[in-house]
Design a protein around this ligand. Sequence first.
Ligand SMILES: [Zn+2]
Length: 613
Amino acid sequence: MLESGLHTIRLLESEALQKRNSNLKYLLEIKTDNLLFPFRWQAGMTGSINRKMPELHGGWDSQNSHIRGTFTGHWLSAAAYTVEETKNSELLVRANDIVDELGKIQELNGGEWVFPIPPEYIYGVRDGRGYWAPFYVCHKVLMGLLDMYRILGNTKALEIVLHASGWFTRFLEETSRETLTRMMDQQETGGLMELWADLYSITRDPAHLALMRGFERPALFEPLLEGKDVLTNMHANTTIPEAHGAARAYEVTGEERYRNIAESYWACAVRNRGTFATGGQTSGEVWTPMNQQAARLGDMNQEHCTVYNMIRLAEYLYRWTGDSEYSDYIERNILNGLYAQGHWVSSTMDSICQPLIPERKLVTYYLPLKAGATKKWGTATETFWCCHCTLVQAHSRLREFIYHTQDSSVSVDQFIPSELRTHINGEEILLTQTETDLGGSCNQINNTAVNGYGRPKLWSRDIRITAEKPVAFTLKLRIPWWVKGAPTCYVDGIETPYEKKQGYAVLTGEWKDNIIRWVLPKAVTCWPLPDEPETVAFLDGPVVLAGLVGEERMLYGDIRKPEEFIKPANERLWNYWTGDYRTFNQPVGFYLRPISQIGDETYTVYFPVRPTK
Ligand SMILES: [Zn+2]
């Protein structure tokens, strides 16, 4: 099985690093007292209800929400990942303080219950009452605590989880399978199955294995194993964490049935269903019908939580198989999902031309794909959706997907500037990935920019390997799905042939101080709706382009040759190349730009294209 290089990866200057930093800033802005309030309230520690509390969180985290306090679990998880990378001492102290305080609250609650809601919500769901997702709330809190232990070694956090597991063991003993199944059909359970599998991997306690199996959902898993499509019109973000549960269960038990469930889920959700051009899915939070998307373009496409959670499922499957199908999916959903829906920062030109545009936007619940769409941005603490929760986790874990190692091989899976420091056969190697300089200076004479004169039609990465003495290992470079023509590999400036395997270029050799240049030609291509093949979205390599128009526009041309009606526009600003395009030879022209760069603009992603008369 491949391993993520998570603990040994550091982001370098890039969009990913900017977003990670914006995420860190946001984590620090949220006040500890607010994160703890729902827990203290539940434990009877807040005193009179007449006390003025002007800064309480709103939305899903508000006092009258049944799922208040879930954000705190996500915050702890994101803090753990972020501290592990940045060593930010303020965030570390605050995260540890919150764990300590949750420990005190657990004691006050009798030694087990540590949640921001009363256990009566769970009993209420058991008895058929309409409480909103109490198991989901419990999962988030336990996940945050367990991540504080797994990532940062906070043993108090593990202790709290172990005590809380006692409550669940008793609940399971008291509850019939039939009742539990009904509860799972009624309200989502989040990732409780995955959580118990994680806990079992640490403790190997049969009680935790029993909890993992208890939170299986046969009503979903059995038909998936039979190859049935049970997902059409089913709530996506309820079921994806259940697939995570099966995936983690396979890893901790080795039982093939669990692996088959996770792989069947993927086939049903992605491979057989098809995705939007963005790589995302869902409309109104449910899976669209198989290859039927035209009637589902709307203002509630691809909930942010589903984008993050499907990336996590792809990561599981990639680690088991090493197949580029999954790392391709992750790239597409980072670029057109996570980047498009979170931590938006205005570009230099936006702030010059329209100084009133706010510099920062936090998260959009959905990414609308209808004609004339706008992104609806959430505020820092007033709206508080589930997607704020997955926002902070996603942007604390971007580095997790960049490299993977196995025995004596290293794969470069995502083209995000970063460093990997790892050991192969006992020798330390440092792998540094940077963007190749494609004419990025405007102060010096730059031959690349002068000779190329236009925006390069390629991506290029320089991967430098440094080691004390020569180390033999296999380097694998992803050949992305969008590459236009064969990628070229140069080792120390010399074009070098490579083998192809599972969507990767495979280079075997001894490495000490070498620079590998990986050049990926790209082009603008069309991505049709499966059930309306003459309506297409445009991609620049893997990047979806959004037309800056407020209504559907008919375009005229050949969808196999979009270069005949779309060309670069506004392509150079100071020392960087933009991603802008414009249409030409059309009745009325318009501009397009990467969907991740859309802030408040009205945009349209899909366009009907008819042959030129
Ligand atoms: Zn959400």
